[in-house]
Design a protein around this ligand. Structure first.
Ligand code: SIN
Length: 294
């Protein structure tokens, strides 16, 4: 289906643009009016002054995904930065750095059978309390490619018709990771677990900080909408996935070595491009625990 962006979705998302107070301690350069901002004037290797930390939190709330360039962090400093936002999450399946279960390895090279996050998804939405946010630090970049795409689920929700919003209201969906994680990390030497998480979540969630509503189904983990016939669920999910992948709701981040992306899983989906084989892209992700979607 062709979208007439200007005449259809454009006006409906335009009011989402945030007009916040000026920032005093950081530079904030938007990637698009809808989602994403690059921050400067921040050295994450040093203790953050409280006002600067508060402004980083505000930038995340206003832009949903924030980016930092030229950061040189030890593993511990990366973990400490994550802890400023809450307890850290341990991934149910992915490999981690030795002795550091909260520091996930993100790595693909010429021998990799796959790369992390190649389809649109919300991190670990299969858990009862899915992660609030993820902080990805890429240290080795391919010469070209390896971008990450981010999509605003606020914008996707707001652009739905009122009839579709009314239909989705109160529905829940099953998120299941069994076929996502089983066998997936064998190339890293990770043994499978007897079972992997699954959970039911509202199809539309309300963000606990901003109070805004966001679509909360994703191709990666959502298997069906509960309480409606299977074919209806398949049709509605197919429509929602197509709708939320509209480029109007997206930004695309081009990595350089020592860049960081910090995204809010409660209102953002992302997709990593594995277009750089046989080159190497490598880094670590710290993931912050979250609460039950409502
Ligand atoms: C992920 O956390 O899903 C991977 C994202 C990326 O490698 O860009």
């Amino acid at each position: 289906m062709q979208h007439n962006l200007k005449g259809n979705n454009g006006p409906r998302v335009r009011h989402l643009v945030e007009v916040g107070a000026p920032y005093r301690t950081i530079g904030v350069d938007k990637l698009t009016p809808i989602i994403g901002a690059e921050l400067d004037g921040v050295d994450l290797a040093r203790p953050l002054p409280p006002e600067q930390l508060a402004e980083i939190r505000r930038a995340l709330a206003e832009h949903s995904v924030i980016f930092f360039r030229d950061q040189v962090l030890t593993k511990e400093q990366h973990l400490d930065f994550g802890r400023l936002f809450g307890p850290l999450h341990v991934h149910p399946a992915a490999p981690h750095e030795p002795g550091l279960p909260e520091l996930m390895i993100i790595h693909a090279d010429r021998d990799s059978p796959r790369a992390n996050g190649e389809g649109w998804h919300t991190d670990v939405s299969c858990e009862e309390e899915p992660p609030m946010g993820s902080i990805l630090y890429i240290k080795t970049c391919p010469p070209h490619g390896g971008d990450t795409l981010f999509a605003s689920m606020y914008a996707a929700y707001e652009a739905l018709s009122d009839r579709m919003k009314a239909y989705l209201d109160g529905l829940t969906a099953l998120h299941d990771s069994e076929d996502v994680y089983r066998g997936t990390y064998a190339n890293f030497g990770v043994a499978d677990k007897p079972e992997y998480p699954k959970a039911n979540h509202p199809v539309v969630r309300t963000h606990p900080v901003t109070g805004r509503r966001a679509l909360y189904v994703n191709r990666g983990f959502t298997r069906r909408i509960n309480g409606i016939p299977r074919d209806e669920s398949d049709g509605i999910l197919a429509y929602l996935y197509q709708h939320m992948e509209n480029p109007l709701f997206q930004c695309r981040f081009r990595w350089r070595a020592n860049s960081i992306a910090f995204w809010d899983n409660r209102c953002v989906q992302h997709r990593a491009m594995w277009d750089y084989w046989p080159n190497t892209r490598s880094g670590n992700r710290v993931t912050i625990a979250g609460d039950k979607p409502v």
